[in-house]
Design a protein around this ligand. Sequence first.
Ligand SMILES: NC(=O)c1ccc[n+]([C@@H]2O[C@H](COP(=O)([O-])OP(=O)(O)OC[C@H]3O[C@@H](n4cnc5c(N)ncnc54)[C@H](OP(=O)(O)O)[C@@H]3O)[C@@H](O)[C@H]2O)c1
Length: 335
Amino acid sequence: MPLDSGRQEARRVQTSGGALAPDAMARAGGLAGLRWCFEARSASRWMGCRRDAFSQIHLSPLALSSTILLHSQRHYRATLCTELTKPLIIGNIPSASLQPYEVRIRVHCCGVNFADILACQGLYQEKHPLPFTPGMEFSGDVMEAGKAVTRVKKGDRVIGVANTKALAEEYIADQKVIAGAGSEKKCSLAFQKGAIQSVNYSETSLREEVKKLTDAQGVNVVIDTIGGDIFKEALHSLAWEGRIVVVGFAGGTIPSIPANLLLLKNISALGLYWGRYRDQDFPVFSSALSSALSYCQAGRIQPHIGAVFKLEEVNEAFAHVTQRKSTGKVIISIS
Ligand SMILES: NC(=O)c1ccc[n+]([C@@H]2O[C@H](COP(=O)([O-])OP(=O)(O)OC[C@H]3O[C@@H](n4cnc5c(N)ncnc54)[C@H](OP(=O)(O)O)[C@@H]3O)[C@@H](O)[C@H]2O)c1
């Protein structure tokens, strides 16, 4: 039975009796010391339910009472709503392998919200295809972080807000990146480096593509180094309370921001002149560099060196960048 695109795995799904043991909030030790709070957007919104092992297999209640398929792997207990208005059951769900931008969280506690109950009755404004795991808010710790994840590491304590899926022993949160670039070659490089999607803005509308890729929700953060029309398209692609970070204007045009757009979606536009921290706030400058180095050493980021030139080739190197041929970092090797 096909599961993810490109991955034909057989999986075993069984139900187990009994209820999910209620886990005291105390086990999570309250919220003090939390490393990071995930806005754990449902993966299904972005990726067509790829993370939903049970929706991939599309269990019927009948299937739930029997072993389906075979490949032994780690499982975790999850609450399942298999039929609206009926009691929830606890199922054993196969742990999916982690993608580079994802974080596996051991859920310590999950809040029970009225909205969960409504969702399981089919009365909530958002309808979830059956079967689904309810659960909208959780605390826990990081079991495993994908290679491209930089904000948290194994052992960090986290809290998260989800649409569904948190009422389970494990939850996979994601830091998804949609890359925008001006050629197919650059798009595929971004893909290799961990972006889940890429948009070639030379060929297609960034705004329209992002709309499609996010089910019209928009993205939470844009980091823009291009300016001009790309900036405007990106501004329109932001979700409610999104942020756009102005980093540079490689395209040559400094855009203006229509203030009404900021107001309509509670958007923030911020500038980032990183190098200026050297003079304004050296500890921040220094700690940012240290963090980047330690991420490199730990293999959590792998900067891409697109081209290396000799000192005598400095003009070619400059042309390489201005002609939009560069990818990643362009370096002149001097000694
Ligand atoms: N604020 C800060 O702290 C900070 C720090 C570093 C850099 N910056 C700024 O960020 C911008 C990017 O710098 P970078 O060193 O990272 O460059 P880069 O991304 O390596 O190269 C520039 C890229 O911009 C795109 N581009 C779009 N229109 C272009 C045009 N008309 N001419 C040339 N390139 C164009 C090209 O990619 P596509 O072909 O994919 O469009 C090109 O490969 C610059 O404006 C720089 O000053 C700011």
